[in-house]
Write a protein that binds this ligand. Structure first.
Ligand SMILES: NC(=O)c1ccc[n+]([C@@H]2O[C@H](COP(=O)([O-])OP(=O)(O)OC[C@H]3O[C@@H](n4cnc5c(N)ncnc54)[C@H](O)[C@@H]3O)[C@@H](O)[C@H]2O)c1
Length: 441
């Protein structure tokens, strides 16, 4: 029987000789590179940032979810290395692209990173190459944007090379679900691409879900993240409405969560952050705008979530007012500047907006974050202050913006004069200790 190209590629994947390049070694790319290497694939990471490639080659991880021991062992065993040299693409078989997809100032997709990575890859393509795009992006990117760049090499997708989109679902800081045990959706530009790329991932990830097209895979990711953005906005608005009505939103969510079907709890907070939830839905609304459709849920959710830092600052002003103080001239300590608990990522963090708004109103703002020792923000190089009872007592107000597990909330409440708790982090502190000095969102 004549073996097809697909059979040959599958046989190479089975043999353990299929070499993989991961392009972009950030929060998504490094964990993925490590997982492929752990599964036995020889992996080369390619990044434009020489500090990152140097760090990997020295066996040191810079992503909190990826233990340095893992990187060191894989590098020592010759399973993982990193480079800034794209010509390495020639010697690999599979290429996974995990570069950033930010928004421009006008909230349009900034496709420069995908474009540049795809162009660099195209330069070294050869028949048999298998390519997967993981960066979150608008539906149509893989077919309409990446495929033409790759085909500028003269090779045809589906015939000479294989191309799919597979959204990354990594949840930084999540101890239960990581790369391996989070099911992976794969949609190829053509059926052969879906088959090969799914086959490749199935050697590394417990469960692979093939879908009928790259567009369907791209839309899946946008549904997941828009679902979060909309539900967070809904509960944020419920928090605002509950406050007006004198109801405790946290008690309401807890009670609603007892419904065994048809309800899923989301929790209010100071806004949304990170590289995904605040950004990804705009990729979809941008695409729909080009087709004269207005994605109303996305816009409304974004409006509510973006306004939350302003709402928090209003609550700070109201709370200080009770002490006959104004924001102007007050010393305010912000606890947690990462966008969520137990991670070090400050991208799009609402805590930064809160700091900026408080400073605009004339407050002296300091911060503490065990994961973020330094912060260059709003024209200032800042350092996380040491938390002492004396410090807590010296500030007019503490704003809990991120509910890191490391904090001793009882001790914080005991020592602070006034706390604005945007995450209900102090829920287990007895009411008599809180003594009315904790204001919940
Ligand atoms: N961080 C998350 O939790 C998460 C989760 C799911 C999906 N995503 C998506 O994954 C993608 C990557 O996100 P991230 O958080 O890993 O970003 P990141 O900024 O942490 O990492 C991206 C890496 O790509 C490198 N890079 C930039 N341009 C490059 C190029 N032309 N060639 C090679 N390397 C290049 C950067 O130096 C950086 O190391 C984004 O599209 C994001 O939306 C992120």
């Amino acid at each position: 029987m004549v073996k097809t190209t697909i059979d040959n590629i599958k046989a190479k994947i089975d043999s353990g000789e299929f070499k993989v390049a991961v392009v972009g070694l950030g929060y998504v790319g490094l964990p993925l590179a490590v997982e492929f290497a752990k599964a036995g694939f020889p992996v080369v990471g390619i990044d434009v940032d020489g500090n990152k490639t140097d760090s990997i080659n020295r066996g040191i991880s810079y992503i909190p979810d990826v233990p340095t021991e893992d990187v060191a062992k894989l590098v020592e065993d010759g399973k993982l290395r990193a480079t800034t040299d794209f010509s390495e693409i020639r010697s690999v078989d599979g290429i996974i692209i995990c570069v950033p997809t930010p928004l421009s100032k006008t909230k349009d997709p900034d496709m420069r990173y995908i474009q540049s990575a795809a162009q660099s890859v195209a330069r070294y393509l050869r028949p048999g190459h298998v390519i997967s795009l993981e960066s979150t992006t608008y539906p149509g990117t893989t077919d309409e944007f990446v495929k033409p760049i790759l085909e500028s090499s003269g090779l045809k997708v589906g015939k000479d090379i294989y191309l799919a989109f597979s959204p990354e679902r990594i949840d930084p800081g999540n101890k239960k679900y990581q790369v391996k045990n989070t099911p992976k959706v794969v949609g190829g530009v053509d059926p052969a691409s879906t088959e090969i790329v799914s086959y490749l991932y199935s050697h590394v990830i417990d469960k692979v879900i093939p879908v009928s097209s790259a567009k369907a895979a791209e839309m899946t990711k946008l549904l997941e993240n828009t679902f979060r953005s909309v539900n967070i906005a809904l509960v944020n608005e419920f928090a605002i409405m509950s406050n007006i009505l004198g109801i405790d939103i946290w008690e309401v969510i807890e009670a609603a969560s007892t419904k065994p079907f048809g309800f899923m709890p989301f929790y209010p907070g100071p806004g949304i952050g990170g590289h995904c939830i605040p950004i990804d839905p705009h990729y979809l609304s941008w695409k729909l705008k080009t087709l004269n459709y207005n994605a109303r849920f996305i816009e409304l959710a974004s409006e509510i979530n973006t306004n939350m830092p302003r709402y928090v600052v209003q609550r700070v002003a109201d709370a200080l007012n009770e002490f006959e103080k104004s924001i102007k001239g007050s010393k305010i300590l912000v606890l947690g500047v990462a966008y969520k608990k137990d991670i070090d990522d400050t991208r799009e963090s609402p805590a930064l907006d809160i700091i900026k708004l408080l400073e605009e109103k004339g407050a002296e703002v300091i911060y503490n974050d065990p994961y973020v020792p330094e912060l260059n923000f709003n024209g200032k190089q800042r350092k996380s202050v040491d938390l002492t009872g004396e410090l807590l007592n010296s500030v007019d107000c503490v704003v809990i913006a991120t509910d890191h597990s490391d904090y001793d909330y009882r001790w914080l409440v005991e020592n602070a004069k006034l706390i604005i708790d945007t995450k209900n982090a102090t829920k287990d502190v007895p009411e008599d200790i809180k003594n009315q000095k904790v204001v919940k969102l």
